[in-house]
Design a protein around this ligand. Structure first.
Ligand code: IPM
Ligand code: MG
Length: 357
């Protein structure tokens, strides 16, 4: 049976990196050998320019009809002045929420070839393999009420609501425990239970769930400490599970441990394993159009897509091995360049991965 992948290049460097990822996907799906078919849509600023909204009903319908979505990145200064309700990021948040992509997997793996590119000492990061499981459709990102209101004294006040219902905590927790079972069998749940009630409940639900996973070790950590531990001794972590906002912040920190955020893929899954795949980095408008962006995070996102949504693990492994091979060859985009390596452009990197396949 054929599978449909929706391609959403988005904004900034999005189109450049997605083009390389598509090259790799085409190479592995030679003449449709894997039965993958494509549809194409717009998201973020590209969609605002065409339809006046960051996510159109047409694109949402295409997304619902596909088995997986490959996304570049959204946003840029061109749309920064727009009303918050129609900014590019709203399109991303809406597609996550409409498709109920509640489980965001963000692996931070240090390729041994890149130990020198990390800003941390090689001995602190070598062998690093962390999986951040971030809740993606709840918490303060979506909680109501929210807004900016005017108080009686005329002063304006901004407000948001941090909410988590038990079922939301439970399903992301389950996901983390299941993932841990397939790896180091440790889950660290990150919260702020010393201050925030929403996360007191979070901790309670994680403890309850833990009884169903006696083979997995559960620990709890406050988010401020987790931020510190990530840069102090990151190898203590196996799976980290946390809410939407803490996950957003910690995953950027974890990304940098690996040398460059340009290396980090991500998967956002619904309860059936349908998902959206995107690099963890943003649209990097400052380097868009220069052909210097690192396409590897997006290429590795394709590998995650093959594994989690398309049931093609073998093809996923081939891509991951090809990425490792080009790093062995000394090829580096500017963000991961160190002395003695060969600096390549976005498309040269894509071509090299295809050649290594
Ligand atoms: C991410 C991004 C998004 C988020 C933005 C672009 C809305 O930072 O995917 O981490 O905050 O979730
Ligand atoms: Mg982020």
């Amino acid at each position: 049976m054929s599978k449909t992948v929706l391609i959403l290049p988005g904004d900034g460097i999005g189109p450049e990196i997605v083009a390389e990822a598509k090259k790799v996907l085409d190479a592995i799906n030679t003449s449709g050998s894997l039965g993958i078919e494509f549809s194409h849509g717009k998201l973020g600023g590209a969609s605002i320019d065409e339809y006046g909204v960051p996510l159109s009903d047409e694109t949402l319908a295409l997304a619902r009809a596909s088995d997986a979505i490959l996304l570049g990145a959204v946003g840029g200064p061109k749309w920064d002045q727009l009303d918050a309700a129609i900014r590019p990021e709203k399109g991303l948040l809406k597609i996550r929420s409409e498709l109920e992509l509640f489980a965001n997997l963000r692996p931070a793996i240090l390729y041994p070839q890149l130990a020198e590119a990390s800003t941390l000492k090689p001995e602190v990061v070598s062998g690093l393999d962390i999986l951040i499981v971030r809740e993606l459709t709840g918490g303060i990102y979506f909680g109501q009420p929210r807004g900016i209101r005017t108080l009686e004294n005329g002063e304006r006040q901004g407000y948001n609501t941090y909410v988590y219902a038990e079922h939301e905590i439970e399903r992301i927790g389950r996901n983390a425990f299941e993932m841990a079972r397939k790896r180091g069998k440790k889950v660290c749940s990150v919260d702020k239970a010393n201050v925030l009630e929403a996360t007191v409940l979070w901790r309670e639900v994680m403890d309850r769930l833990s009884a169903e996973y006696p083979d997995v070790e559960l620990s709890h950590m406050y988010v401020d400490n987790a931020a510190m531990q990530l840069v102090r001794a990151p190898k203590q972590f196996d799976v980290i599970v946390t809410g939407n906002m803490f996950g957003d912040i910690l995953s950027d920190a974890a990304a940098m441990l690996t040398g460059s955020i340009g290396m980090l893929p991500s998967a956002s899954l619904d309860k059936n394993g349908c998902g959206m795949y995107e690099p963890c980095h943003g649209s990097a408008p400052d380097i868009a159009g220069q052909g210097i962006a690192n396409p590897l995070a997006t290429i590795l996102s394709v590998a995650m897509m093959l594994r989690y949504s398309l049931d093609m693990s073998e093809a996923a492994e081939q891509i991951e091995e090809a990425v490792s091979k080009v790093l062995d060859q000394g090829l580096r985009t500017a963000d991961i360049y160190t002395d003695g390596m060969k600096k390549v452009s976005t498309s040269e990197m894509g071509d090299a991965v295809v050649a290594a396949l």
